[in-house]
Design a binder for this molecule. Structure first.
Ligand code: SF4
Ligand code: SF4
Length: 273
């Protein structure tokens, strides 16, 4: 580890290396910008939420990010989840890390990138878990600020390459790196919004958040119509329809859940993915 190494390892090298380790897309955001991003301020004022994917918390409220001391930049990576490979999004209840094959790949890339950076430089890496309650941050905001895409009307990150069909992971570092974002990209304006029409729970049919109540223009689902309680209802249905499958890791039979992705699959952006 050495300072000369820091000088040689520029942001573009880090992104190229992330791709070399298996990321499909990658970018960099500033932590100072992330702290002021929509999900981070929204989490302070919106009602507490407990549902699929949340964890117990000893804090007063779930969803509040605990930033690692000294973190200055976020390296954001994404892995495409194309329609032709639904299995990489299946949730596998097994003893392996990551649960979905896509998440395993993301964790693998982050691990290799952290090892490479810490070997080449004296930059310190903070590998983050997915859940906020366990130390994560809001990934969609990070992806947007890193210039990977925009937030779509389906409340998901939309990228030119994959539409909403990718998954994101973030690693923080204690070095100031130049941001690669944001991107001038908005495929939703003028779209007939098949993502809304296809939802089995009508999770986009009614206003849930308003500019008047929250004092912000940027709201979940862009216009404030995304209802995460309704989406959670579908996730519970999906979990009840759990299937048994043979594991290829000598674990015998494991359980898999195919969570709803209708609002992803209906989006025409990134067609071909
Ligand atoms: S279907 Fe249309 S409105 Fe919905 S996320 Fe895709 S581009 Fe945006
Ligand atoms: S994941 Fe399914 S239930 Fe949830 S908002 Fe999208 S279409 Fe609706």
């Amino acid at each position: 580890m050495n300072m000369a190494g820091n000088d040689r390892v520029k942001g573009e090298n880090i992104i190229a290396q992330a791709r070399g380790f298996g990321a499909d897309i990658a970018g960099i955001a500033r932590v100072a910008d992330l702290k002021d991003s929509p999900s981070h301020w929204f989490s302070e004022i919106m009602p507490d939420f407990e549902g699929v994917g949340t964890h117990p918390s000893d804090r007063k409220k779930r969803g509040i990010v605990q930033w690692p001391k000294g973190a200055k930049s976020a390296i954001v990576i994404g892995v495409g989840h194309p329609r032709s490979q639904p299995e990489i999004d299946w949730w596998i209840d097994s003893s392996g890390k990551g649960n979905t094959p896509g998440n395993q790949r993301l964790m693998d890339v982050i691990g290799k990138l952290a090892d490479w950076l810490e070997h080449k430089t004296d930059i310190r890496c903070f590998k983050l878990p997915y859940n906020i309650e366990k130390g994560g941050i809001y990934l969609k905001d990070a992806a947007v600020l890193a210039g990977l895409g925009c937030i779509g009307m389906n409340n998901l990150v939309i990228t030119p390459q994959y539409g909403p069909r990718q998954r994101i992971r973030v690693m923080l570092v204690n070095a100031e790196l130049p941001s690669t974002g944001s991107m001038d990209f908005d495929p939703c304006t003028g779209c007939e919004m098949p993502c809304h029409k296809v939802c089995p729970q009508q999770a986009f049919n009614h206003p849930v958040y308003s500019q008047a109540a929250y004092g912000r223009e940027t709201l979940p689902g862009r216009t404030g119509v995304y209802d995460r309680f309704r989406c959670n209802e579908q996730m519970l249905i999906d979990e009840a329809n759990v299937e048994a499958m043979d594991s290829d890791k000598k674990e015998g039979v494991v359980q898999r859940v195919k969570y709803c992705r209708r609002c992803e699959m209906a989006c025409p952006v990134g067609n071909g993915s």
